[in-house]
Design a protein around this ligand. Structure first.
Ligand SMILES: *[C@@H]1O[C@H](CO)[C@@H](O)[C@H](O)[C@H]1NC(C)=O
Ligand SMILES: *[C@@H]1O[C@H](CO)[C@@H](O)[C@H](O)[C@H]1NC(C)=O
Ligand SMILES: [Cu+2]
Length: 320
């Protein structure tokens, strides 16, 4: 390799490594739980790129989880959480690098109920989304741009979440190399929380791995096109008080603003796997990618046309 090319390659590698990040601290209604407290952490800040690996749930795999907090953090339903991503565990979020600005993409939050968040094995099932933000075409900003500008990412725990222990999966997807798969860089860590108060929401759930495919338009995505039309992967977030996302027509969020959103609806038959995980449909048939069996399951056990109920483990069967 000639000198210039070698320098360019080294620079690209440096900027890629500099871009990595870890979700290593969070605040509950403005009060920090403490750096690294209530979290299952790797020491290395690298991404997960294989969306079919077990590590897509709560990291691990190439980034072994070696810092495992014994603590569960109480979080009142309705609380505002601030997630602090930092470049490495040594970074101070107040002054240091959050994540390289090249690492543009969405931020999402999922929960999975467990009996004891401090000791539970990382669940592959039971995940539901409570928050998502992608690209805002009005401002030209991605969720990651806001994270960097604010030195932290704020979201709210919906008030209707049932009380109890959960693993809270905060996920940032960096799309700078996502034009082919694997390429998207998924940065997630799981927090150990105990939701207090709350309601009785019993949402449909997805699996990790399972919720994403390498072909999803939110995973295989060319960041360097214009205009940007980005579909956030996974199911739509749960909502309180209203109806849950339905199966008849799924919504593909194309833009996200702080409050207002623009959605486009598409028939279920043409939607991607990413957009179709929803609550039970009418007529006793479960929607695509929804749960259809398993120990303790009382919902529908047959699937909508074109899908069959497959047992993934004793606790979870899925329409696929
Ligand atoms: C969760 O919070 C409830 C309500 O405050 C409390 O009774 C329970 O002991 C907590 N559980 C854990 C594991 O912290
Ligand atoms: C945006 O992307 C989605 C998913 O790839 C696609 O279904 C939709 O047609 C696109 N919309 C536009 C306006 O290109
Ligand atoms: Cu990186």
């Amino acid at each position: 390799m000639k000198g210039i090319a070698r320098v360019a390659a080294a620079a690209a590698l440096t900027s890629m490594v500099a871009g990595h990040a870890i979700f290593a601290e969070f605040e509950v209604n403005g009060v920090s739980a403490g750096k690294e407290n209530g979290l299952r952490l790797p020491t290395y800040d690298g991404p997960i790129e294989d969306v079919t690996s077990a590590a897509v749930a709560c990291n691990g795999g190439p980034n072994p989880l070696v810092k495992f907090s014994p603590n569960v953090i109480n979080v009142p339903a309705g609380a505002e959480i601030t997630a602090r991503y930092i470049h490495t565990l040594d970074t101070d979020w107040r002054t240091g690098l959050i994540i390289d600005a090249s690492h543009k993409g969405p931020i999402m939050v999922y929960l999975s109920k467990v009996s004891n968040a401090a000791t539970a094995p990382i669940p592959s099932s039971g995940w539901f989304k409570i928050h998502e933000e992608g690209y805002n075409s009005a401002t030209g900003k991605w969720a990651v741009d806001r994270l960097i500008a604010d030195r932290g990412y704020k979201f709210t725990i919906p008030t209707c979440i049932a009380p109890g222990n959960y693993l809270m999966r905060v996920e940032l997807i960096a799309l700078h190399a996502a034009g082919s798969y694997p390429g998207a860089q998924l940065y997630m860590e799981c927090a150990q929380i105990n939701i207090t108060g709350g309601g009785s929401l019993s949402p449909a759930t997805v699996n990790f791995p399972g919720a994403y495919a390498g072909t999803d338009p939110g995973i295989k995505f060319n960041l360097y096109t214009s205009p940007i039309n980005y579909t956030i992967p996974g199911p739509r977030p749960v909502t309180c008080g209203g109806t849950q996302p339905t199966t008849a027509a799924t919504t593909a969020r194309t833009t996200t603003t702080g409050a207002a959103t623009t959605r486009t609806t598409t028939p279920a038959t043409t939607t991607s796997r990413a957009a179709t995980t929803t609550s039970a449909s009418t007529g006793g048939q479960q929607a695509a990618w929804g749960q259809c069996g398993g120990i303790g399951w009382t919902g529908p056990t047959s699937c909508v046309s074109g899908y069959t109920c497959k047992e993934l483990n004793a606790y979870y069967s899925q329409c696929q």
